[in-house]
Design a protein around this ligand. Structure first.
Ligand code: PRP
Length: 177
């Protein structure tokens, strides 16, 4: 795909405001509790670091997973596996998974099922961008930054062929036809 332009969808100020609101909600929910915040690499790194640095109240431990997806994209025949698992035990802990985007839902369906089997006290999901309309398997986020119907987006952790993750805002990729 040749890119014609990157069209801004959410600017830095919108993201900052939304992240602050989510962090306040999360802080209130887990106030005084021990919380394991799990970043889903690579895309989740920027949202994760912005959210956790604003948490006030929970006693936070951080950990990271990286998942790989095999099979044909946009079909249900996808196999997800861990490239890197968390290192902390999740048993008896409140766990918050922090992800950049939910699209078909396959990735989060896999991860939440895996984590649910490890005896966490609670398991919740925070996502920056939720593309509900593209779901192939049901997955619901507990904390959502923005809902978007479609469009290929990059920036704020999200990539196109590993580019644009470092951009501080979120852009839609407009292809050249
Ligand atoms: C992206 C994104 C989610 C997943 C969402 O990850 O970060 O993990 O796809 O898609 P789904 O809901 O259709 O499963 P990707 O595999 O591109 O890895 P990355 O985070 O390293 O870019």
């Amino acid at each position: 795909m040749r890119i014609k332009e990157l069209k801004q969808v959410f600017d830095e100020e919108q993201i900052r405001t939304r992240v602050a609101d989510l962090a306040a909600e999360i802080s209130a929910l887990y106030d005084g509790e021990a919380l394991v915040a799990v970043c889903v690499l690579k895309g989740g790194f920027m949202f994760f670091s912005d959210v956790i640095r604003r948490l006030e109240g929970p006693q936070v431990e951080v950990d990271f997973v990286r998942l790989a997806s095999y099979g044909i994209a946009a079909t249900s025949n996808r196999t997800i596996s861990f490239v890197k698992d968390v290192e902390l035990s999740l048993a008896g802990k409140h766990v918050l998974v922090v992800e950049d985007i939910i699209d078909t839902g396959h990735t989060m369906d896999f991860l939440l099922r895996q984590f649910a089997a490890r005896g966490a006290k609670s398991l919740r999901l925070a996502v920056m961008v939720d593309k509900q309309e593209r779901r192939e398997v049901p997955v619901n986020a507990d904390f959502t930054g923005f809902a978007l119907p479609g469009g290929f987006i990059v920036g704020y952790g999200l990539d196109y062929a590993e580019r644009y993750r470092e951009l501080p805002a979120i852009f839609e990729v407009i292809p050249e036809y």
